[in-house]
Write a protein that binds this ligand. Structure first.
Ligand SMILES: Cc1cc2nc3c(=O)[nH]c(=O)nc-3n(C[C@H](O)[C@H](O)[C@H](O)COP(=O)(O)O)c2cc1C
Length: 215
């Protein structure tokens, strides 16, 4: 290694090296702990950090299965999944469900997690999770070695313990994000930054154009 900046032709790097590079740069990633059920009724749980919100009206989220795994097979068979939000108190159980368990293993039972019934979909929820998004699949799109699944959110559960004044309180939620490899992060400092409108800043002095953060 030299101290020169990395200038990368992505076609010249091994996929595994690119995986570590990209998952080291796109951080922290939220984690969808996806619960599904197979056609035979076997419950499955697996974390996915290629995950995000893509629309709010109507609400949609996506996750990506790298290759074809039990989660993707179940989603394709049933068209349904639940995203269980991963918080610090559940991070070890979440990680345990990343094991490459055979398809017939009920991962709720395997890690000793109670399930709660969902309202609009068949897959169960992780009872201890503080929030859940019940989803119906609307897109299933192969991209590279990934399979992008978009779900419309049909029902949301939020435990009152994570609310303050009608909004999610990030510190009460205490979410965990994934970094690269086996590293994770919790929330650091939380600060606010006023979003400017052009009308507010169009005539501002250069020194006042940039809203500064407040803690
Ligand atoms: C925090 C974390 C995030 C992960 N994110 C993904 C992901 O986004 N996509 C993926 O295919 N696998 C991801 N994995 C690996 C899967 O969870 C793992 O392959 C799991 O065994 C898949 O389970 P399944 O076969 O029951 O679907 C992740 C693992 C961990 C620990």
């Amino acid at each position: 290694m030299t101290d020169d900046p990395l200038e990368l032709d992505s076609a010249a790097w091994e996929p595994r090296a690119l995986y570590f590079l990209l998952t080291g740069l796109v951080i922290p990633r939220p984690i969808a702990w996806v619960s599904t059920v197979s056609e035979d009724g076997v419950r499955n749980l697996a974390p996915h950090s290629y995950f995000n919100v893509v629309a709010n009206d109507p609400p949609h989220v996506l996750f990506v299965s790298t290759g074809v795994k039990d989660t993707l097979r179940n989603v394709r068979a049933t068209g349904e999944f639940v995203v269980n939000v991963v918080t610090l108190d559940l991070v070890e159980e979440m990680n345990a469900t990343a094991a490459d368990a055979p398809a017939g293993v009920d991962e709720f039972g395997w890690v000793g997690l109670d399930a709660a019934p969902s309202v609009t979909v068949t897959p169960a929820r992780v009872a201890r999770a503080k929030a859940h998004l019940e989803c119906r699949v609307v897109h299933d799109l192969p991209i590279g070695n990934g399979n992008l699944v978009v779900g419309e959110v049909t029902h949301v559960h939020v435990d009152p313990s994570v609310w303050t004044d009608g909004r999610i309180d990030p510190q009460k939620l205490d979410p965990v994000g994934r970094l690269s490899g086996s590293s994770y992060a919790t929330l650091g400092e939380v600060f606010t930054l006023d979003r400017p409108s052009w009308a507010d800043i169009a005539d501002a002095d250069p020194a006042d154009r940039i809203p500064r953060r407040a803690t």
